[in-house]
Design a protein around this ligand. Structure first.
Ligand code: PNW
Length: 507
């Protein structure tokens, strides 16, 4: 209505009040009690449901929770060595005991069922428990631990999803082959993966080869500066703590994806029919700045290019022209056969999604996109690197389907650290984590409603654990862990999660 301005009273008169036949003056004053108040639809979650058969789980990794670092014949890992070197980890915390999950796995599984209602669980297998020196003689006791864990999960109706490499490389392979700097480590990884698939094949149907190529390669072999807004970066490191030059680092990246491809083939060769395999990568997610087709196209182009060294080459079987151009003389050395192996067909794609990595808009230059900086005042979660934007959980899987036609996608990690404290009444009120969960899962549900084939969601993490170089300080669990007494207490977010699982919907 150009040229006129409606007062609040006129507005009420012209709309709802008129419709229900009471005077606007009365309604505005809210004095009448005989009018049934107009209630919004009950928020039962019925309208925000996930597809039937959706997997709801949590995730953990061996070094972060197991403890028992030198028990039952386990070999030393590069993370044992790194954590035992003073100054590397906040507070000099180590995974020597961590959550003592190695001895408490039974009650931990019971907790997944009783407190979370989960129907899936993603854990990792410690390579040095199975092959203490990386290759050679397997260690039966190490394997037996995972057999018992999986049996316990199955008995509780929880589907096990096993990750074969969550960064705890046998120290012996670091010494013998310089770790992932050598193709021999990729081959040894495939041998180990095939062996496990053969041994656990009667119990485990889903495998993820490698967790977060980007994190362990960049963090461990160079150190990585992550953009966090306002032009600031935070530095992340990790085992084995090297600082390689560009050419060597690109070769490590290549060996990691080669190790994945070889492992996929070995798992298929040794696992029973019906064994399913994929990877779990923290694919960098470009979020369109405005939701128009042109911006979405720019975000897809950016996502493909940002992940050229990991996700893109694994799903396309080639390094993009722009990647080869930008790395130039430092590009990895590879053969066509290796590219074929790297892109071995997968049953699903797993992505770990915590944050938007980039905001983009269309641009006329050949890349097709331009980066929009993250503002200094942009909201964040507790971890120094954790920029908050739930839309990342919409666009991450959306891009995977749009760019590569994936038919089955898992969110293999999503979650946040919070400054959780136990109240006097013995409860942990993690209001920010509940906000985070509802906001991110609303976007994930939107993706499934749009037909993006997301089959499951694994919250990181089941319980507070050793958060790598941040030590025990950054708590990511739905369950609070007291590292002195090993007591576990479900947080408020655990109740939220349980209610969501029960309804298979956002609550
Ligand atoms: C992942 N980032 O690491 C790992 O897979 C987990 O082991 C870890 O505990 C969890 O996420 C929480 O950190 C990440 O900078 C490290 O965006 C860094 C980033 C994301 C994930």
């Amino acid at each position: 209505m150009p040229g006129t301005s409606l007062s609040r009273r006129d507005f009420l008169k012209s709309t709802s009040a008129a419709a229900i036949g009471v005077s606007a003056a009365t309604l505005a004053g809210c004095t009448r009690t005989d009018i049934a108040p107009a209630r919004p639809a009950a928020s039962s979650g019925a309208g925000r449901r996930f597809p039937d058969g959706f997997y709801w789980g949590t995730g953990t990794s061996s070094y972060q929770i197991e403890g028992a670092w030198n028990e039952d014949g386990k070999g030393e890992s590069i993370w044992d060595r790194y954590a035992h070197t003073p100054g590397n980890i906040h507070n000099n915390d180590t995974g020597d005991v961590a959550n003592d999950h190695y001895h408490r796995y039974k009650s931990d599984v019971a907790m997944m069922k009783a407190d979370l209602g989960a129907n899936a669980y993603r854990f990792s297998i410690a390579w040095p428990r199975i092959f203490p020196s990386g290759t050679g003689q397997p260690n039966a006791k190490g394997l037996d631990f995972y057999r018992r864990l999986v049996d316990e999960l199955r008995a509780a109706g929880i589907e096990p999803f096993a990750t074969l490499y969550h960064w705890d490389l046998p120290q012996a392979l670091h010494e013998k082959y310089r770790g992932w700097q050598s193709k021999d480590t990729a081959k040894a990884f495939a041998d180990y993966a095939g062996y496990v698939a053969g041994q656990l094949g009667d119990r485990v149907r889903h495998y993820f080869t490698i967790n977060e190529f980007r994190s362990f390669v960049e963090g461990g072999y160079r150190g990585i500066d992550v953009q966090v807004g306002g032009g600031k970066t935070v530095h992340l490191g990790g085992a084995p703590g090297l600082r390689l030059a560009d050419a060597e680092l690109n070769q490590v990246r290549h060996h990691a994806v080669l190790g994945h491809g070889l492992a996929v083939q070995a798992i298929r060769a040794h696992g029973p029919a019906g064994t399913r395999v994929g990877f779990a990568e923290n694919m960098l997610v470009a979020v369109p700045f405005i939701e128009t087709p042109a911006h979405v196209k720019a975000a897809e182009a950016a996502t493909r290019e940002l992940n050229a060294d990991f996700t893109t080459v694994m799903l396309e079987g080639r390094y993009t022209d722009a990647y080869l151009k930008r790395t130039g003389a430092n590009a990895p050395k590879f053969t066509d056969d290796e590219l074929k192996t790297i892109a071995s067909p997968l049953d699903f794609v797993g992505i770990n999604v915590y944050k938007p990595n980039l905001y983009v808009e269309p641009s006329a230059d050949p890349a097709g996109y331009a980066t929009i900086p993250i503002n200094a005042s942009h909201p964040k979660m507790k971890s120094s690197w954790h920029v908050f934007d739930p839309e990342a959980l919409y666009w991450g899987p959306h891009h995977v389907q749009a760019l590569w036609g994936a038919k089955s996608i898992f969110i293999t990690e999503n979650g946040c650290a919070a400054s959780d404290v136990m109240s006097d009444g013995g409860r942990v009120y993690d209001s920010d984590r509940v906000m985070f969960l509802r906001a991110y899962l609303t976007q994930l549900q939107r993706a499934t409603a749009d037909g993006v084939p997301v089959k499951g969601y694994f919250h990181w993490s089941l319980m507070d654990n050793l958060e790598w170089i941040d030590g025990f300080g950054n708590r990511f669990g739905l369950i609070y862990a007291d590292f002195q007494t090993q007591e576990r207490t479900p947080k408020a977010s655990a109740a939220w999660f349980r209610a969501a699982v029960e309804r298979n919907a956002v609550v």
